[in-house]
Ligand binder design. Structure first.
Ligand SMILES: C[S@@+](CC[C@H](N)C(=O)[O-])C[C@H]1O[C@@H](n2cnc3c(N)ncnc32)[C@H](O)[C@@H]1O
Length: 216
C-alpha cells in the first residue's frame, strides 16, 4: 500500500494550500516548505506584488540557480530594498521590477511555470483585468498560478462576484471557500478538462448556510 508521503512524491496527492497572508499563520510557517509544492529546479516563477519579499527568496531557492524569479511590485522602495537584500544574500536568479502587474511586457508569452499573486488583486486600485490578462499571457500551458485575496483596503477592491468572474477565466484546480479567497489555477487552453467535482476545496460544511445565503 502506498503511504500518503509516497503518493505525494509520485505526484498523485495534491499539496495542501500552504501559502499564507495571515501574519499569525506565518509565525508557524516554513516558507520553503510552503513554496515547495509549486516550483521545481530550473523553473521560472513570478512573484507579483512581492511586497517586502516574504516569499521571494523561498521561490528563488525553489527554482535554484538555473531558474529565475521575477519580483514585481508597484512600490519602488520595496523593490529596491529587496534588490539590495538579494545582493547581500547572493541571490543572482531574481529579476526586480518596480512597476504595475498590469504591464509585464518584460516577460515573454508562456514563459512562467508558477505565478504567485498572493494578496495582489485586492490591493490593486485599478487595472485588475489587465493584471489578470497578463497572468494568463505569461503562464505556460502547464503552469499554475496561486491567486489570493487578503485583508483588503477598507472596503476591498475585489467583490465576491468579481473574484468568481476572475476564476471563471481559468481552470480552477483547487480553491478555498467562503472565508478563504485563494485558488490554484491554470490556463483554460491547457487541454485539461475539469468538472466542478474535480476541484479540491476547503469549503467547510459548517459554512454551508452562509454560502447558500450569499449564493455561493
Ligand atoms: C498584500 S501585499 C502582497 C503580499 C505579498 N505578496 C506576500 O505574500 O507577502 C500587496 C502588494 O501589492 C502591491 N501592489 C499594489 N498594486 C500593484 C500593482 N498594480 N502592481 C504590482 N504590485 C502592486 C503593493 O505595493 C503591495 O506590496
Amino acid at each position: 500500500m502506498i503511504s500518503s508521503k509516497e503518493q505525494h512524491e509520485v505526484g498523485d496527492e495534491k499539496p495542501k494550500n500552504q501559502i499564507n497572508l495571515n501574519p499569525i499563520s506565518r509565525l508557524f510557517e516554513s516558507r520553503q516548505r510552503s513554496i515547495e509544492p509549486y516550483v521545481k529546479k530550473g523553473q521560472v516563477a513570478a512573484d507579483l506584488g512581492c511586497n517586502t519579499g516574504y516569499y521571494t527568496f523561498a521561490l528563488a531557492q525553489g527554482v535554484g540557480p538555473e531558474g529565475r524569479v521575477y519580483a514585481v511590485d508597484l512600490k519602488e522602495d520595496y523593490v529596491r530594498a529587496l534588490e539590495k537584500r538579494a545582493d547581500e544574500l547572493g541571490y543572482r536568479n531574481v529579476e526586480f521590477h518596480a512597476c504595475s502587474a498590469s504591464d509585464l511586457s518584460f516577460i515573454g508569452d508562456e514563459l512562467v511555470d508558477f505565478v504567485l499573486a498572493n494578496g495582489l488583486l485586492c490591493n490593486m486600485a485599478e487595472d485588475r483585468p489587465s493584471a489578470v490578462k497578463e497572468i494568463k499571457r505569461i503562464l505556460k500551458p502547464t503552469g499554475k498560478a496561486y491567486l489570493s485575496l487578503g485583508s483588503p483596503p477598507p472596503l476591498g477592491f475585489v467583490s465576491r462576484a468579481e473574484w468568481e468572474r476572475i476564476l471563471e477565466g481559468f481552470i480552477v484546480e483547487r480553491r478555498g471557500g467562503f472565508l478563504q479567497k485563494w485558488a490554484v489555477v491554470s490556463k483554460k487552453d491547457n487541454g485539461k478538462k475539469m468538472s466542478v467535482n474535480d476541484v479540491e476545496t476547503t469549503k467547510r460544511h459548517r459554512f454551508a448556510t452562509l454560502r447558500k445565503k450569499f449564493g455561493e
